[in-house]
Design a binder for this molecule. Sequence first.
Ligand SMILES: [Zn+2]
Ligand SMILES: [Zn+2]
Length: 226
Amino acid sequence: MVDALLDTLLPPRCLTCGSSGRAVKGVCAQCAARLERIEGPLCDICGAELGTPGTCLACLSNRPPYDVLRGVFRFEGLLVDMVHAFKYGRVTTLKHFLGSALAGAVEQWGIHADIITFVPMHWTKVVDRGYNQSALLAKEVCAHRGVRLADDVLRKTRRTAAQAGLARGGRRKNVAGVFEATGMRDKSVMVVDDVITTASTAYEVARACKEAGASAVAFVGLGRVL
Ligand SMILES: [Zn+2]
Ligand SMILES: [Zn+2]
């Protein structure tokens, strides 16, 4: 209703390229088409690209704590700009487009969970930034499913250096033991993140969830570095 009213007063412009062509949830069709979806065959656990469907050798030899890890788009090109605007540039209105892309993918992957939550930031960082972009995405997924967002089941116990500036080994160490989970015994959990890079965060979050008794953990991101 409010959206329709705003559309009448202010003809919508694409949040990404600024064109005044028809934008759906704030993004025009040309920009939407520039995002590259990650398509199979993928490892049924970690989502690594494989020649044939199945489980990759890495997951077979050392099963990760998450049961499924998936990203919607390759984290490159226009998606990098969109995520930066969304995360650091306060363009939170992108949540409608990005959240709905993620919700659609979750549906397509057939992921169902008792609890939907997100990767927490340390509270001091939420104060600095004003919002947690992964929480905004998770809220959109919940709205599509008509369920409540579980915003109190995961906690980040200390502030860490930005994963973006670290190499693989450093990333793992940086987030080791930093997440705490509660209230998920015998429940399946879906954790939403913005971008999956080395999966170090996914690994640590899923480990905390399993330690708290979660029966299954799906970790989903909007972007993924493959
Ligand atoms: Zn555009
Ligand atoms: Zn795998």
